[in-house]
Ligand binder design. Structure first.
Ligand code: ZN
Length: 140
């Protein structure tokens, strides 16, 4: 595969289903969603049909602040898949609301990433229009 084919390819899209499509629709609208149990108010991520605390199937979506801290991270350099720019900094973010999610840290030198650093969500739009919540170091 030629280098240009790597750069021009599009990102692998998530498979959408009735349990997660709402989350991606919020991302498309520029928001970071968290699922909240309507019965006991417990927040959960990733999206799933049943509350792990009270087994309720009733839930609603709330918008996260997008603020959090880096709980853990890894820097991926190989293997390289089409549609991604390497090195990829993959972060596990503790959102201030109390849930965690895996995402990408962008606009950051891999040497500058560390545990507990504050981060802020932003929406990245790929050339094909696909929108993805990513994170940047807070204040940058
Ligand atoms: Zn519940």
């Amino acid at each position: 595969m030629e280098a240009n084919a790597l750069a021009d390819a599009s990102r692998i899209k998530p498979p959408l289903n009735p349990d997660n499509a709402w989350w991606w629709e919020m991302a498309d609208a520029g928001k970071l969603g968290i699922q909240r149990c309507s019965a006991c108010q417990t927040l959960r991520h990733p999206p799933r049909p049943m509350c792990g605390e009270c087994r309720s199937l009733e839930w609603e979506a709330v918008e996260a602040s997008g603020r959090g801290t880096i709980c853990s991270y890894t820097v991926l350099t190989y293997p390289q898949f089409p549609g991604y720019q390497y090195p990829l900094i993959i972060v596990l973010v503790d959102l201030e609301e109390g849930t965690r999610l895996t995402s990408q840290l962008v606009d950051c030198d891999p040497a500058d990433v560390d545990f507990d650093l504050p981060v802020q969500m932003s929406i990245q739009q790929d050339p094909d229009g696909f929108k993805l919540p990513v994170f940047r170091l807070a204040g940058r």
